[in-house]
Design a protein around this ligand. Structure first.
Ligand code: AMP
Ligand code: ZN
Length: 138
């Protein structure tokens, strides 16, 4: 379940060196080359999945637990007081590497704002209509 042309397949399986903070049978966790903050890490499954929609249940079931483990280690070791788990799916969502990965981004007191949005406004009828649209597709 690897894609020979995928850089994250090569990194996850050790063919390309990386700053690895964790490895097991299923995952490698590396430091991001363009970190949003000190310690910014990427959880990479060793198998190739394009995005979250392609993940098998077993991998999906492990990835959040691993995110919590890495984030907890960052708090103990780096002095961050929180962390974001971020995961982009599709170009419009900001995905640039099409091998599933989860970002673990340490957050420091007084650090820059990131991973945010400007809240919009929606009335209850609009919310109900939107909820029906999504429900209809499940
Ligand atoms: P995304 O935009 O969610 O697809 O995230 C891709 C991330 O991978 C970005 O934060 C990049 O900085 C990071 N990245 C791309 N190539 C490498 C690489 N060779 N080693 C480490 N991080 C990388
Ligand atoms: Zn891949």
């Amino acid at each position: 379940m690897r894609d020979e042309s995928c850089i994250f397949c090569k990194i996850a399986n050790g063919e390309i060196p990386s700053a690895t903070v964790y490895e097991d049978e299923d995952f490698r966790v590396i430091l991001d080359l363009g970190p949003a903050s000190k310690g910014h890490a990427l959880i990479l499954p060793k198998n190739h999945f394009k995005d979250v929609c392609g993940l098998d249940q077993e991998t999906a079931g492990k990835v959040l637990t691993l995110g919590a483990k890495i984030g907890t280690a960052m708090k103990k070791s780096l002095g961050c007081t929180g962390f974001n788990l971020v995961q982009n799916n599709g170009e419009s969502a900001g995905q640039t590497v099409f091998h599933f990965h989860m970002h673990v981004i340490p957050r420091y007191e007084g650090g820059p704002a990131m991973v945010g949005w400007t809240p919009g406004k929606a009335d209850p009828d609009e919310l109900a209509a939107t909820a029906e649209q999504i429900k209809g597709a499940l």
